[in-house]
Design a protein around this ligand. Structure first.
Ligand SMILES: [Zn+2]
Length: 177
């Protein structure tokens, strides 16, 4: 865990650029392949928005909830733009914003994801998950909710199939995957 909350908060503010139009707090430090800001503490990297969840949104007392963005800006860490959500909240949020493929809400998948969280996905779904993530339009936590997986589960699939690397290579070459 984070040793001193106030020190952590000060470190976050040092890397803040406020967007005057949206009031997004843009993280100017490092970011990972997922597009989320990253900050390093004691040899571990933390997602900046999750850190704000711990420091300002009381995330630690609400296990199982995820930190998601109202503003859809992955690098934003304005606490007012973040919310703690359940799978259901976040999936609804994603579909309201039209982030689901083809603008559909996929009621079948919604039901399955919301009521039958699974540890595993099948071969065809791994391809779908990879495809969704490579578009760059979906966050791992959204994809996870869609398929009844945790964000960690999605990340594991992407990594174990070498897909996370593929995205980095694509981004490095300036191509839009
Ligand atoms: Zn924002």
């Amino acid at each position: 865990m984070i040793p001193s909350p106030e020190t952590a908060w000060e470190r976050l503010l040092k890397r803040r650029m406020v967007d005057p139009l949206t009031e997004c707090w843009i993280w100017t430090g490092a970011h990972g392949g997922s597009g989320y800001g990253k900050i390093r503490y004691f040899r571990r990297y933390y997602d900046v928005h999750r850190l704000v969840g711990w420091l300002r949104l009381n995330l630690s007392s609400k296990p199982g909830l995820q930190v998601c963005h109202r503003c859809d800006n992955k690098r934003c860490f304005n606490p007012g733009h973040l919310f703690l959500g359940t799978q259901k909240d976040n999936l609804q949020d994603a579909s309201w914003k039209g982030r689901m493929p083809n603008g559909q809400t996929h009621p079948g998948k919604y039901r399955r994801g919301a009521t039958h969280p699974r540890a595993k996905v099948w071969g065809k779904e791994i391809g779908e998950i990879a495809g969704l993530w490579l578009t760059g339009q979906f966050r791992q936590c959204d994809i996870g909710r869609f398929y009844g997986l945790s964000q960690t589960g999605v990340s594991r699939i992407l990594r174990s199939n070498g897909i996370a690397r593929l995205r980095k290579i694509g981004a490095g070459q300036g191509r839009l995957l």
